[in-house]
Design a protein around this ligand. Structure first.
Ligand code: SF4
Length: 451
């Protein structure tokens, strides 16, 4: 029944995912296999992009593939249907490939509908350089009625990208703040005028050139409606023509320190783990005025007990239920069944309120939820041998390749291959599979020849 606290399909899929995790990832903090099966993304559905980023994770043939709505929709249907069969409903899935706004708006909207129909929670991954009219054609039907009650977009906006209208070759992140604000304002107007809500994530590729600008990006933009700030340290993957020297002179700690400066405090990231900590660091929390308050402090035993109770009693993707009323009923039923959780929840709420500066601060400033993420892709040079050996069931002797294998086994971001029956990590997709896949697509969907 839909109002049961634990959705059985989600819990079963999560348990399968847990069984497949490598031992080092099975910690009390792990979310994969308990609260989620992980995130998903499409591939090969619209490989082309009209920007030139350095780096770019897509293979060099991607821009030789024609955008073709019928192909996009057929592939989205197959890939999402496969994920629905193999993993439970409720997973977050990115509509990603090349640049999503090159799709006609009606095709973009239809792709999102297909993803919803397969129980996915779609997020469109874009460079953000599209007109407001395009957004409205996705969100609204011809008669002006809402096609979606809410939309989710991840906008990749940073100074490694070339081709943005009004900022063709930015040399600093600050030059892009106006574009970041304008992007958020489009969605704000959509909500005010048509009641379509949004979840906006800000993505930034980090290189040694812009790492020290992270803190200012957060400070300048955190009031503009972004619910997530996600940072990807640059990796040597995708088109070699777009690589630059020095990506590996910067460590994950260097990047995270800058994120903490932007947040205005240290960010606890070990209380909850999303896969392997070498791939992902995440802090969930909220700004209350200028103060960032994490959901969990990783050095507070009471917070860790709260986490343990939450993960133990709510396996599966229950929060991914669309209907807020059903979500509430699920939680209410759980609390009736396990009344001791009420005291645990009340204790957590009281600690959160105290850390936020008290009840008055909550009333005065409100709660502005913001998640900080660092997702560190791996270099193709280690992913290729790691994956080849994993497919043979072998563990690498080389320390770096073995580390890559451990990370691939705990991967949180996967792509479906119905034709082979596989679900592969995005690192494998971009490092190993994209070149041949895109080459084949250049034959299937050649660009129109010029007369
Ligand atoms: S895509 Fe790569 S970096 Fe990301 S979680 Fe998977 S293995 Fe780790």
């Amino acid at each position: 029944m839909r109002t049961r606290p634990v959705d059985q399909a989600s819990a079963t899929a999560a348990a399968r995912r847990w069984d497949a995790l490598p031992q080092h990832a099975k910690t009390d903090a792990q979310l994969i296999g308990r609260r989620s099966t992980g995130c998903e993304g499409t591939h090969g559905v619209f490989p082309a992009c009209d920007f030139a980023c350095k780096p770019c994770y897509h293979s060099k043939d991607a821009n030789k593939v024609r955008i073709d709505g019928a192909h996009t929709l057929a592939q989205v249907e197959e890939q999402m249907g496969f994920l629905r069969q193999n993993w439970a409903p409720g997973a977050f899935a990115q509509l990603i490939g090349g640049e999503v706004s090159l799709l006609p708006a009606t095709v973009h909207a239809r792709a999102l509908e297909i993803m919803h129909a397969h129980g996915r929670r779609p997020m469109s991954m874009t460079h953000g350089d599209f007109d407001e009219q395009y957004l409205r054609e996705i969100a609204l039907r011809r008669d002006g009625s809402r096609r979606f009650s809410s939309l989710s977009f991840a906008a990749h906006i940073d100074s490694t990208m070339f081709g943005r209208r009004g900022a063709q070759k930015p040399s600093t992140e600050a030059e892009l703040d106006g574009h970041r604000a304008a992007f958020g304002e489009m969605f704000d107007r959509l909500r005010r005028e048509h009641g379509v809500r949004s979840y906006l994530a800000h993505n930034m590729t980090v290189t040694p050139d812009n790492v020290d600008q992270i803190a200012d990006v957060i400070r300048s933009n955190r009031r503009h409606g972004w619910r997530m700030f996600s940072f990807q340290p640059a990796a040597y993957v995708g088109s070699e023509n777009r690589w630059r020297e020095g990506f590996r002179t910067m460590t994950g700690d260097d990047v995270w320190t800058q994120i903490e400066l932007g947040a205005g405090r240290p960010l606890p990231h070990t209380a909850l783990l999303w896969g392997d900590s070498r791939c992902n660091r995440t802090t969930w929390g909220a700004f209350v005025g200028d103060r960032y308050v994490p959901v969990l402090e990783d050095d507070d035993p009471a917070d860790l007990r709260t986490r343990d109770a939450y993960l133990h009693h709510l396996p599966g993707n229950y929060l991914a239920e669309h209907n807020p009323a059903i979500k509430l009923i699920r939680v209410a039923r759980l609390l009736i069944l396990r009344p001791h959780l009420v005291a645990i929840a009340a204790g957590w709420a009281s600690r959160f309120t105290r850390r936020a500066g008290g009840f008055r601060a909550l009333i005065r400033h409100g709660v502005n939820p913001v998640t900080f993420v660092m997702h560190s892709f791996m270099d193709a040079a280690v992913v290729a041998p790691a994956w080849a050996l994993l497919q043979k069931g072998e563990i690498a002797d080389d320390e770096q390749v073995r580390a890559a294998q451990e990370r691939l086994q705990a991967c949180t971001y996967s792509m479906a291959h119905p034709e082979t029956g596989e679900v592969v990590p995005a690192c494998v997709q971009h490092s190993v599979l994209d070149p041949a896949e895109n080459l084949a697509l250049t034959q299937l969907l050649p660009l129109p020849t010029r007369r």
